[in-house]
Design a protein. Structure first.
Length: 159
């Protein structure tokens, strides 16, 4: 079982999910998708974004946030990514195992969820104050590889 988990809560755009899945595969992370999804996992676009690797991504799909949240303590320490996060993601020392949680492309994670987990919210700093957010799959890549950097090369999956 992976020590690194990436969770996309209600993702809306198929190519972001495909790209995030490919990143998870490359970094040895387990991808989790919380429904509803804004697309079908059978769509050719998801497979195209994940290239021929998509079948190996094998995401775990959760029908609701509530069901996923009940399983969260078994998966690892959660960190909720938001442009309004309490601290920059680079200031966190990520434990093993860890769960990196991202919201929908259009609105991010629900405010009530962020408020409930305020101490575990993190942001990816942006120098341009007019930017609302970064692309979801870009954010996943930044976060996943920061965790891998901190854990060191000995924890990288074998190729």
């Amino acid at each position: 079982m992976s020590e690194l988990h990436v969770v996309l809560v209600e993702p809306e755009i198929h190519w972001n999910t495909g790209n995030a899945g490919r990143t998870c595969l490359a970094a040895g992370a387990q991808l989790h998708l919380v429904e509803p999804l804004g697309f079908s996992l059978a769509d050719a676009q998801v497979r195209r974004a994940g290239l021929d690797y998509w079948p190996r991504v094998n995401p775990r799909v959760w029908p609701t946030w509530e069901l996923f949240e009940r399983a969260l303590p078994e998966l690892g320490a959660p960190f909720f990514f938001s442009s309004a996060g309490a601290r920059p993601f680079q200031e966190v020392s990520y434990p093993r195992p860890v769960v990196l949680i991202f919201g929908r492309e259009s609105v991010g994670l629900p405010p009530a969820l962020l408020a409930r987990h305020r101490e575990s919210t993190v942001s990816i700093p942006m120098l341009d104050p007019a930017l609302r957010s970064l692309n979801l799959s870009t954010s996943v890549g930044i976060a996943v590889y920061e965790v891998r950097r901190q854990w060191g090369s000995e924890s990288a999956p074998a190729s």
